[in-house]
Design a protein around this ligand. Sequence first.
Ligand SMILES: Cc1cc2nc3c(=O)[nH]c(=O)nc-3n(C[C@H](O)[C@H](O)[C@H](O)COP(=O)(O)OP(=O)(O)OC[C@H]3O[C@@H](n4cnc5c(N)ncnc54)[C@H](O)[C@@H]3O)c2cc1C
Length: 582
Amino acid sequence: MSSVIHRDCDVLIIGGGAAGCVAAVEAKELAPELDVVVMEKAHVYRSGCLAAGISALNAYLHQGETPESFLRYVIRDSVGIVRDDLTLTMAAELNAQVKRVESWGLPIPKDERDRPLKRGRGSIKIFGERIKPILGKRAEASGATILNRVNATALAVHDGRVIGAYGVGTRDAKLHAVRAKTVLVCTGGAAGLYRPSNPGMASHRMWYSPFNTGAGLAMGIRAGAEMTSFEFRFIPLRIKDAIAPTGEIAQWLGAQQINALGEEYLDKHYAHLGGRSMTTQDRLYATLLERRAGRGPCYLDVRNVNPKRLEGTIAAYLSMAPPSAMLMSDEAYYAKHGGVMAPVEITGGEPLVVGGHGLSGYWIDAARRASVPGLWAAGDVAGGSPKKYASGAWAEAVIAVRAMVEEARQREHAPLDAGELAREHARALKPLEKPGSISPQDLEERLQKVLDEYAGGISRDYGYSEHELKIAKLHLGRMADELASLAAITPFELMQCHDVIDRVTVAKTLVEHMLHRRETRWHCYQERLDYPQRDDARFMLFVNSVQGPDGAIRIVERPVERAQLDVELPPLADGAVIRHSR
Ligand SMILES: Cc1cc2nc3c(=O)[nH]c(=O)nc-3n(C[C@H](O)[C@H](O)[C@H](O)COP(=O)(O)OP(=O)(O)OC[C@H]3O[C@@H](n4cnc5c(N)ncnc54)[C@H](O)[C@@H]3O)c2cc1C
């Protein structure tokens, strides 16, 4: 066995993104005497979803809003399936964490009464191009040890408790074994499972970070942690080709969604809501229906927007998606000289497993503890509480760290299992031993084709049936042999091998969840063509899963425990209005 780099710490944070950086600072501020280590696959200055910058914080309580009002909105948008305890505790932390990151140097524009500028219901504007360096530098300055460019591959487990993690250097392929008294996983969601919007060399021009491959989910699945709601896939409605966020145009400019005939179509599809807001997935579903009816493509109509605001929007795109800024400033120039701005074409991206926008991820308790002792989860990797976004990831990180620090103070290190270390050494470095076999790109494409065609990808308008899912399952089962033949020459290719190994692990769990929920609750996100109706009597519950040591995935149903709230859900197909309360 080649040399292994050993390290001990009190608090190990896997993933130095939005949640991970804030977690590191919180841990060192609460307990300066504890050793805190961050294991990050890229570099904390530019990693994860925030790497390119963002222009808004999408979870914030504006004046008049409360954690309860936020929860009501989330319950309705998620058609009832929400962990109230997680959403309430997260929402209660939001504004304090926004203020904290502002104090680290994040510019937040204010109105005349010194309130953050409102972009949408739970959203504020920020100047966030440098948000990631701000977070990364603060994490570094906190005194935490940052292991940049170490790709976590597995959790270390002793007597059923997580006691650390293994990782491989992405530049030197050295194995790291880090022992810890408490471990937080915050590696984000899983992108790249499905065939993406753009082909070939542009395939990583996707909305979600292509380097968030579901590693944290896969590590947890392999360690027997309970997962929730993978079948709630998040599908972003984005600017076509650039796959850039649309919130800036829809919310800040107030641009309407129109079809190829120039007709506004959301009101037409959702008139039955009588002015009550439609869900996030409805906007995507209506766009799909328009195209199916021969009225596509669809657009955001920027022809008559406020020119002053338009300038702001272009600047905002410079902070997160510069190609869109260039496109729009060309158009704005044309409009200024007598032309008419072309509407911005929109389309759905490929499905993602992501707990920050959607519901999927680790099943955790209110302290963000996973079901396996010693392990916590926060941010996009954690399930049950959608619409967290960046500020919600910070909130979850500090909630987790408070409990972790208490526990770390009271525990001794458990011994690392020599057998487990040897097995992980062999498994993690195996692709380097067999150059010339299957490349990670080949297998990634195969996985993406299988999920696209048999598990409701873009080419299938997101719909799927029992028969198709079973074919997907068969293919995923067969991939085990191919995974064993993955080959890498460089350390970077080794990382890519683990990316695809982890994606296949996540995909297997995903398909089991999709098979289990025999209804259609969230159009496009979860579109059972063979069960097109919502079935509240049978499926107002969480679909969870646990993978056993033999790789078999067991589905567990968990009830929705509603706080003392009375919420009106979106109506059923027959127009019946359902209220949900305890
Ligand atoms: C393009 C885009 C735009 C967005 N815009 C907004 C916005 O305007 N406002 C808003 O509030 N939210 C926005 N979001 C959502 C927000 O960015 C995420 O919800 C938030 O970053 C989640 O935090 P996280 O820490 O869970 O994940 P991330 O911030 O993605 O961090 C995950 C970290 O884990 C690391 N990692 C992954 N795998 C491994 C591994 N195997 N080993 C070690 N490290 C690993 C990654 O490199 C990364 O640093 C946007 C997201 C995207 C993708």
